[in-house]
Design a protein around this ligand. Structure first.
Ligand code: NAP
Length: 255
């Protein structure tokens, strides 16, 4: 039986990925802060699929807690690592609270990189493994009114692509999943639900995005952009001056 570690499994895309992996009969380790939600999910998945599901509640924006998680898992062989936990922060940079900004950078970038660094060696020893890093179409663009979030996703995208190339031929694949705006708690947590970009728009569901990401991970695709509209957004910076693109993103991301 294979084991999958999913961060941010208590809601949205991570929650749906947990269902998909459970249907594929993978044992699961589910991590997020909300222990009750994780326990509910674990009970459901165990009943339905006869798999082992372990729940570990941690605040992954705190490196000390990330290190505790790694220590708890030091004897586990993680076959599949899904670095999904992340959040956004909507608003002009000068109005953003530093603590929230710092936590977002820690969670979206440092934790993802650290967990990859910790679990990759065993995957390489076993000549196989899958890593899915949830980036965003935001990773292709500068994002006025969400400047730091967009920049964290550019990091995730470039980091993932680079190590995917380094790992070619090892049996370990790395996929950067790049959703566009998606229906989940993300909109409320980030405050982005108020922006022109998403307000009143029908968004893809977390389930659709999770299914797309799972298939891309299984194929070992390096970058997986969900939806043709998001694909078009991702190529814009190659077709038009960066300054123009930044201005347009700034306009559609106003309240
Ligand atoms: N929704 C979108 O429009 C969209 C678009 C592109 C990319 N993404 C990316 O997709 C990923 C999943 O987001 P989602 O849309 O599914 O949003 P979501 O519904 O808000 O889910 C985020 C998950 O991350 C966990 N999380 C947040 N902060 C955490 C922390 N400090 N420590 C541990 N876990 C934490 C949350 O659990 P707890 O609150 O229980 O900790 C939750 O399980 C994120 O990386 C996001 O950046 C989302």
């Amino acid at each position: 039986m294979k084991t999958t570690l999913i961060t941010g499994a208590s809601s949205g895309i991570g929650f749906e990925l947990a269902h998909i992996l459970a249907d594929e009969k993978s044992d699961l380790i589910l991590v997020a802060r909300n222990k009750e939600k994780l326990l509910d999910l674990a009970e459901n998945l165990k009943l339905k699929n006869a798999i082992n599901v372990r729940v570990i509640a941690k605040d992954l924006s705190q490196l000390s807690e990330v290190k505790e998680l790694v220590e708890e898992l030091k004897n586990e062989h993680i076959h599949c690592l899904i670095n999904n936990a992340g959040f956004g922060y909507f608003g002009p940079f000068n109005e953003c609270q530093w603590k929230t900004t710092e936590d977002m950078m820690e969670l979206n970038m440092t934790t993802l990189t650290y967990l990859t660094h910790c679990f990759l060696p065993k995957m390489l020893e076993n000549s196989g493994g899958k890593i899915l890093n949830v980036a965003s179409v935001a990773g292709f663009l500068p994002g006025p009114n969400m400047a730091v979030y967009y920049a964290t996703k550019a990091y995730v995208l470039h980091f993932s692509e680079a190590i995917a190339q380094e790992l070619k031929g090892t049996g370990v694949t790395v996929t950067a999943l790049c959703p566009g705006p998606t229906e989940s708690q993300f909109m409320d947590v980030s405050g982005m639900g108020e922006s022109k970009l998403v307000k009143g728009r029908k968004l893809p569901t977390s389930k659709e995005v999770a299914e797309y990401g799972y298939k891309a991970m299984m194929r070992g695709q390096h970058v997986a952009i969900h939806g043709w509209g998001n694909y078009m957004l991702s190529v814009l910076p190659r077709l038009f001056p960066r300054r123009l693109i930044t201005m347009v993103v700034g306009i559609i991301q106003q309240k």
